[in-house]
Design a protein around this ligand. Sequence first.
Ligand SMILES: [Zn+2]
Length: 212
Amino acid sequence: MSAVTRLREQICATGASLFDRGLTHGSTGNISARLDDGGWLMTPTGSSLGTLDPARLAHLDAGGRHVGGDAPTKEAFLHTTMYAKRQKTGAVVHLHSTHSVAVSCLEGIDPANALPPITAYYVMRIGALALAPYFPPGDMALADAVGRLADRHHAILLANHGPVVAGTSLASATDAIEELEETARLFLMLRGERIRTLSPEQVAELRKRFPA
Ligand SMILES: [Zn+2]
């Protein structure tokens, strides 16, 4: 099996796993991965992550032109912005995962770090979660807002919309967005409780031991 064929299969298996566990729904959510030649594979517009067909994934060349498969997701610009700003990005996952979306709708969230450091794995996989302001889906102003944050953040929460996470590989991007969703769920469970978050010293120690 060629590397490209393997990557196609991996994208579809990841989509099915996310969909089957309720991490995204309907035709929401999209996945992309970089190819060795500088191009990308991307989930098609209007597709359900639960029923992706490896042969129909959108294929974009290194210049971003659509050269094969179905048309790419309408949210392709979220992905291309992350790749443009973060050179080591191998994959990007965007979901409308319920608990992360719920946090993105809360009034008074810190735009520099939308969730507190409540667990070590959240700090290790996400670090500081930036909040991008609301714009309608497909609005290029959203790409600009993401672009302004992406050089400093691999994980960005789009207000009233959902998370977008870049990783060096599809496995690392998926791991991180799942950690984010679980942390959002824990955070909502703990609302109203007095939370003992990790201290700045504990966060600094984790970053030293597990550099991103
Ligand atoms: Zn979206």
